[in-house]
Design a protein around this ligand. Sequence first.
Ligand SMILES: [Zn+2]
Ligand SMILES: [Zn+2]
Length: 276
Amino acid sequence: MRTECLICREPLNGTTYLCGRDIGIAKGNLAFIAATAVDLEVTVQRLDRRGDRGPAHHAGGGDAVPLPYNAGAAEVRTEIHAAMVGLATWVANTRRDNGGHVLLARVAVKAGPDAEAAAAARYLAANLRWIAGHPNAGDVYTAITATARKLAHTCGHRPAMTDLGLCGTPGCDGQLRAPVGAREVRCRGCGAPWSVAAIRDMLLDWAADRLFTAAELAPILSRVHRRRIPKGTIGSWATRGHLEQRGRLPNGTALYRLADARDVAATMYPEKELAA
Ligand SMILES: [Zn+2]
Ligand SMILES: [Zn+2]
């Protein structure tokens, strides 16, 4: 066993490769990854602008619609997924922890890659003491730190920014981004001022007939109603017959129409919906 921390060189008692402070830092980074991996889905899809599910709203855009997809964030999502699931799989293999394998396999099938990355991060956090006692602890620590940095950078956290998609001025391809909570945003391309609430309404209207999974609807409805609406809640609306299932993904995940889900949410939380 080492006599000093692999990260900060602090003297250790010889039963671990990482000091308590660095274990705490890794734990914080894993908690951040678990909580933020799902935001990444929203960043990748810019809330609801998907080229493959309907036309863009952009006035005068015609066929020359810019890609409604954040390719950089999609790439980072793939990297983060690979890093978290790779590390978690390594821990489960090395520990011969079949429970870990089952957890990862189940989450992947049920909820998709972002939920799987988040579950892997939580699994790693639960096994941090064991990781700290393994000779590879330094490499795992470094990989966790790099993943958290990449995620924070991509999701634009601190200050949190909302991606509002393209400017609505004909011919302008400026991207509108506003700090969370801002009422107005000015296009950097053409200088036009936009009301954040109006743009959000426009995005929601534009996506009204599109189909989403419960996991995709959860952050959208949570924003509209300013409260946490978990995907399980949305699934329970369907189970109880309030929300009609409109389709399925190839893997069997149910799809719902955004407008239907908004109607149900408005009934469930009448006082919470934003005025605009
Ligand atoms: Zn240390
Ligand atoms: Zn503009």
